[in-house]
Design a protein around this ligand. Structure first.
Ligand code: NAD
Length: 246
């Protein structure tokens, strides 16, 4: 869930999953995105793209009903979705409007809870879910603003969901990805400065790639990570571990 184009983090994840032999189903927010990603879905041998605007009542449930008509069960889900009005991803956080606060929380955090609830019925033998978060949830990153609060709530929801779903053999984790230029990230003010700053302070001396995230996600969705749940795994070339760098 959350493939918009070839630059999406979801694209890197789909590539890694395909490499490891997964059969994939994609969802799209609107008809526009559905048309745009149909070729990509075919490239990955995916089934039909299923419409799902996670902000709309009933659409997540309807999407999972659609999926259950095509597949008896599923093994994993990737939630790679976030939204804020980009006019509020610049300047002071205190200027966030109530409307955008609630919308950002709804789409970027609550939707994952609803996805987990619906996924449960399609995972009779257990499964694994991964969502995407960012370091701005932990420490202040200029302009990340309301999205930081949504990610902080999302990270806490990962813990509660992991606790709720553990008895069903379902694992829930988040990847805290370093910055990558995508449609969503280009809405964050001065994003190129974030990229440059993280590249300069990274122990590995580079920015993270779609492939770095895709490979870690494949690990978290596979049995290789069977003992890991409720975690936020940082895939950021070590940036979040650096306090001071001379
Ligand atoms: P992207 O623009 O490629 O993907 C964002 C997706 O969210 C799009 O496919 C969009 O259609 C979807 N979306 C937004 N509102 C939706 C709605 N109402 N219903 C259904 N889908 C909706 O950007 P991306 O950077 O690949 O973002 C994917 C995830 O990764 C997001 O959660 C983002 O916060 C997170 N993330 C990104 C970065 C980065 O630097 N790019 C870093 C850390 C975490």
């Amino acid at each position: 869930m959350g493939l918009a184009n070839k630059f999406s983090i979801a694209y890197g994840i789909a590539e890694a999953l395909k490499k490891h032999g997964a059969d994939l189903v994609f969802t799209a927010q609107t008809e526009y995105f559905k048309t745009k990603i149909s070729d990509i879905a075919r490239e990955f041998g995916g089934n039909d793209v299923i419409l799902c605007d996670v902000s709309q009542d009933g659409e997540i449930e309807a999407a999972f009903n659609d999926i259950s008509k095509k597949l008896k069960s599923i093994d994993f889900i990737v939630h790679s979705i976030a939204f804020s009005d980009k006019n509020e991803l610049v300047g002071k956080y205190y200027n966030t409007s109530r409307e955008n606060f609630l919308n950002a929380m709804n789409i970027s955090c609550y939707s994952f809870t609803e996805v987990c609830r619906n996924a449960k019925n399609l995972m009779p033998d257990g499964g694994s879910l991964v969502t995407l978060t960012y370091y701005g949830a932990e420490k202040v990153v200029p302009n990340y603003n309301v999205m930081a609060l949504a990610k902080a709530a999302l990270e806490t929801s990962v813990k509660y969901l992991a606790s709720d779903l553990g008895e069903f053999g379902i694992r829930v984790n988040a990847i805290s990805a370093g910055p990558i230029k995508t449609l969503a990230s280009s809405g964050v003010g001065e994003f190129s400065k974030i990229l440059e700053y993280e590249r300069n302070r990274s122990p590995l001396g580079r920015n993270v790639t779609q492939q770095d995230i895709g490979d870690t996600c494949a690990f978290l969705l596979s049995k290789l990570s069977a003992g890991i749940t409720g975690e936020v795994v940082h895939v950021d070339c070590g940036c979040s571990t650096i306090g001071v760098k001379f």
